[in-house]
Design a binder for this molecule. Structure first.
Ligand SMILES: [Mg+2]
Length: 341
């Protein structure tokens, strides 16, 4: 960690002042940070989601700079809002850290949060939060979105013969994670040293892992185009597709030729089919559209939905997703097992 002023040395109100100075406004905030609650204006129903990231299982400060961590915290929550067909409106952020944490780290986290909101979801911003003390850095982000009068796009609405499509990077973040693990088997990669090599050879894969750029604006576009079901892919396409299939009581038929045509080269870097299927953390949007629908620009067709076989109306997860006709299995990231399931 960087030397200099620490959280304990400054005290809560000064820490808060330093953080707030780095946060822009949320357009919908009638009352922003500083009161007991923020006050937000919505035009339709609200959607809300929350996510906790803990140093160790969820991120490593040896890999993520504070800015990158803040960015990722925002991006991963914004993609959940987008996947419901909503427009992100505001975030609240609860940070807990050891007393000796440098204030500079929290300042960089705040800058990353703010930059991701501005670039990925203009108008959205941090409207409140909480600070606390904890043995390791812990961040819990809650995101709110506005459906603007549209119904939410759930996972459960896909129907047989719907087109299955994906928008965003696919497998690139997983490739980045594999590179980080390969460079630091003991988990102790120095941020400046080992990262420099990966950054030189695979800048897009590393950026996808450290500062993902989900296509947030395409969430409302998909809803407008009649998406019947949608989710963001956080745990890998195979596993998340099996969740969408189960919720919709369907099967997903993935087409490897469509996946390879759309995603085998992203940002100038090759991505293997294995990474597209089983790598996680891209936070792109997986959506089903009625047959014949015009897909919003940015979505690529990757397969279709199919009904369940009459003799097997409730297939197991591993039989829910087929690649070129063969069951794929639900491999993906399992946070409790701490490994690819
Ligand atoms: Mg999600």
């Amino acid at each position: 960690m960087q030397k200099g002023e620490t959280v304990a040395g400054l005290g809560e109100s000064e820490v808060l002042r330093r953080i707030l100075a780095r946060l822009g406004e949320a357009r919908a905030a009638r009352v922003g940070p500083g009161d007991d609650c923020a006050v937000l204006g919505f035009t339709g129903e609200a959607v809300v989601t929350t996510d906790t990231m803990i140093e160790g299982p969820d991120f490593r400060l040896a890999w993520h700079s504070g800015y990158e961590l803040g960015w990722k915290l925002a991006a991963t929550n914004l993609s959940d809002i987008a996947s419901m067909g909503a427009r992100p409106v505001a975030l609240t952020v609860a940070l807990a850290c050891p007393a000796e944490t440098p204030i500079a780290l929290l300042e960089r986290i705040a800058e990353g949060l703010d930059a991701a909101c501005r670039e990925l979801a203009p108008g959205c911003g941090v409207v409140g939060g909480d600070l606390g003390r904890a043995p390791v850095l812990t961040a819990a982000v809650t995101a709110l979105g506005d459906l603007e009068g549209r119904p939410a796009v759930l996972r459960s609405g896909a129907r047989p013969d719907d087109v299955l499509a994906y928008a965003g990077e696919l497998g690139l973040a997983g490739s980045g994670l594999s590179l980080l693990f390969a460079e630091s088997a003991d988990g102790d990669l120095a941020h400046s040293r080992g990262l420099a090599g990966i950054r030189e050879r695979n800048p897009a894969a590393l950026a996808a892992q450290l500062t993902p750029r989900p296509p947030i604006g395409l969430g409302t576009a998909a809803a407008g185009a009649g998406a019947t079901a949608m989710m963001d892919v956080s745990d890998g396409l195979a596993l998340d597709a099996s969740r969408l299939a189960r919720a919709s009581r369907c099967r997903v038929l993935l087409d490897s030729s469509l996946l390879l045509a759309g995603f085998s080269r992203q940002a100038g870097e090759p991505v293997l089919l294995e990474a597209m299927l089983f790598g996680g953390e891209d936070h792109g949007l997986l959506a089903a559209f009625p047959p014949g629908a015009t897909l919003p620009v940015g979505f690529e067709r990757i397969g279709m939905m199919a009904g369940c076989e009459p003799e097997d109306p409730e297939p197991t997860s591993s039989a829910r997703v087929l690649l070129d006709g063969a069951p794929l299995g639900p491999r993906g990231w399992d946070p409790f097992a701490g490994r690819a399931a």
